[in-house]
Design a protein around this ligand. Structure first.
Ligand code: MN
Length: 254
């Protein structure tokens, strides 16, 4: 019997989480350990300076007053009495594409699982309104089946999936294996004054366009492909190591 851990960053009552859990039920026993409220853009944060509380809200369903990474960590290292065969995170409300991946709690839950040596994927629905999670759920089930059959493509790698917002599966053009794209960020800070006369700032989330990178997650989702990006946690830029060698003599004269 396979056991699958499902989590997210939109919180335990999110529609996408329910869809993902239901989609994976045919493949094994689904356990949900998810944040008790929305934790979007919580990145890979873990909670170290206060206790974490876990509430059993249903059969095999637990709410945690922490981040997505907390959920995976607690589940795997203590709460569950077994090691899950797969961790699936999502289905996020909104895409996790390009640079946004580094802010994403959804993606970080899959990262945390990868650090713990468990096969994982994150899955997001790249739209904002009138979202139909069913096609993404169907794809998640298929992907999980294939991961069970083949394992992950490489050690230390997880898959970040983005599904275009469509009303039915037939509108999807296919599956594309992609590279991480690049967004263009602008001056999206809102500066205002609060009722007590103090200034406040609000970081805007407006989508301001993207760089056109062929075969990037952003471009392929716009073309209505399901994007699958293999990600790993090693952020080292290896080419720069060679360039840095030229700095060495100067740098060592400190
Ligand atoms: Mn989210």
């Amino acid at each position: 019997m396979r056991r699958i851990l499902v989590t997210n960053d939109d919180g335990i009552y999110a529609e996408g989480l329910r869809c993902l859990a239901e989609s994976l039920e045919e493949l094994g026993e689904v356990w949900i350990v998810a944040p008790d409220r929305e934790q979007s853009a919580s990145s890979h944060a873990i909670t170290l300076h206060r206790p974490l509380r876990v509430t059993e809200v249903d059969e095999r369903t637990f709410a945690v007053d922490g981040t997505p990474a907390d959920c995976v960590n607690i589940a795997v290292n203590g709460l569950l009495k077994f090691r899950p065969d797969l961790v699936a995170s999502g289905i996020n409300r909104g895409g996790n594409l390009g640079d946004d991946v580094t802010y994403s709690g959804t993606v970080s839950a899959a990262m945390e699982a990868t650090l713990l040596g468990i096969p994982a994927f994150s899955i997001s629905l790249a739209g904002r309104e009138n979202l139909n999670y069913t096609p993404a759920g169907q794809f998640a089930r298929r992907l999980a089946e294939i991961v069970f059959r083949h394992g992950m493509p490489s050690e230390g790698v997880f898959l970040n999936v983005n599904v275009p917002p469509v009303s039915s599966v037939s509108e999807i053009k296919g599956v594309a294996f992609t590279v991480q794209g690049r967004r263009k960020y602008g001056e999206a800070i809102v500066e205002k004054v609060d009722p007590r006369g103090r200034k406040y700032y609000w970081i805007g989330g407006d989508e301001l366009g993207f760089e056109y990178i062929e075969n990037s997650d952003i471009v392929m989702v716009l073309r209505r492909y399901i994007s699958v990006t293999p990600l790993h946690l090693d952020l080292t830029h290896r080419e720069s190591l060679r360039i840095l060698e030229d700095w060495k003599n100067e740098l060592e004269k400190f």
